[in-house]
Design a protein around this ligand. Structure first.
Ligand SMILES: C[S@@+](CC[C@H](N)C(=O)[O-])C[C@H]1O[C@@H](n2cnc3c(N)ncnc32)[C@H](O)[C@@H]1O
Length: 232
C-alpha cells in the first residue's frame, strides 16, 4: 500500500502555528498554505535530490519543501541561515529574523515536530560564508533553491549568482518577496529590481512572477553557461 501523505489538516494547522508563514499568500481560516502549496507541489512534481533554502524566519519554506522531499522518499535539504534577529542585528541584516536558529538542539526539535528533522541540514552561516566551502562539503548540485535571506539588491544578486553557479540546466529558483513596492522604493529591498535584470536574459532564464501578498517568482535555468552580468 502507498504511504500516507504528510499534508493533513493537523499538520497544516501546526505549520500555521509554529512555522508561521509571512507573506506567502496564505490563509489560516481555511488551512490554505498559499504559495506553500507551490513549494510542496514543485518538489513532488520534480523530485529534486538537493534543495537549498537561504533564509527563513520560522521555517515555513523549509517545512513545505522538506515535506515534499519526505513524501517523495528521496532527497535532502540544505538550510543556510545565520540566525539573525531584528533586535540583535538591526533592520539592515534582517526584517523577519528572530534568532530562531541559535541552538542546534532547538533547531532539530523545531523540524522534528513536522517530521522532517532527518531531511533538513542547517548551516548556521550567511550565504556569503556558505558558498566558498560548497565543494569541500561535497554537496550535490542544486536542483531547487529558495532565496529569502538578506533582501538588499547586492545580497539577492550574490545569492542568485551563487545558486546559478552551483545548479544544473533546468534547475528552479524561487525568489521570495518580489512584491514589496514601498521597500523597493526606499531601496530597503531589491528583489524586484533583480527580477527585472533577469528578465533581460530570456535565453538564460524563464520567469513567472506571482505578485500577490509579498510575492514570489519562480525561475527556470534554461542554460548553464557563463553569464557576464552587467549589473554591478
Ligand atoms: C525572515 S527571513 C525573510 C526576510 C523577510 N521575508 C523580509 O521581508 O525581509 C530572513 C532570514 O534571513 C536570514 N538572513 C539574513 N541575511 C542572511 C544571509 N546573508 N545569508 C543567509 N540568511 C540570511 C536571517 O537570519 C533571517 O532568519
Amino acid at each position: 500500500m502507498a504511504q500516507a501523505l504528510s499534508l493533513n489538516s493537523d499538520l497544516i494547522d501546526n505549520i500555521f502555528r509554529y512555522a508561521k508563514p509571512l507573506g506567502h499568500h496564505q490563509e489560516s481560516r481555511n488551512l490554505n498554505l498559499g504559495f506553500g502549496f507551490l513549494y510542496y507541489g514543485l518538489v513532488r512534481a520534480l523530485r529534486p535530490m538537493h534543495v537549498l533554502v537561504i533564509g527563513s524566519g520560522f521555517g515555513f519554506s523549509v517545512v513545505c519543501l522538506a515535506l515534499g522531499i519526505k513524501d517523495n522518499e528521496e532527497g535532502r535539504l540544505s538550510f543556510v541561515d545565520p540566525s539573525y534577529s531584528l533586535l540583535r542585528n538591526g533592520p539592515f541584516k534582517t526584517v523577519g529574523g528572530i534568532g530562531k536558529w541559535d541552538n542546534p538542539v532547538r533547531v532539530r526539535e523545531h523540524f522534528e515536530q513536522f517530521g522532517v528533522a532527518e531531511i533538513v541540514h542547517h548551516y548556521k552561516q550567511t550565504s556569503e560564508e556558505f558558498f566558498p566551502s560548497y565543494r569541500v562539503s561535497k554537496l550535490p548540485p542544486i536542483d531547487v533553491a529558495f532565496v529569502d535571506g538578506n533582501h538588499s539588491l547586492t545580497s539577492v544578486r550574490h545569492d542568485f549568482l551563487e545558486v546559478f553557479a552551483h545548479c544544473r540546466k533546468n534547475s528552479y529558483i524561487f525568489l521570495h518577496d518580489t512584491h514589496l513596492p514601498i521597500r523597493e522604493l526606499v531601496h530597503h529591498s531589491g528583489v524586484n529590481r533583480w527580477l527585472k535584470i533577469l528578465k533581460k536574459e530570456p535565453e538564460l532564464f524563464e520567469i513567472i512572477n506571482f505578485p500577490f501578498d509579498s510575492g514570489v517568482a519562480l525561475i527556470r535555468v534554461k542554460a548553464r553557461r557563463p553569464w557576464k552580468c552587467e549589473c554591478r
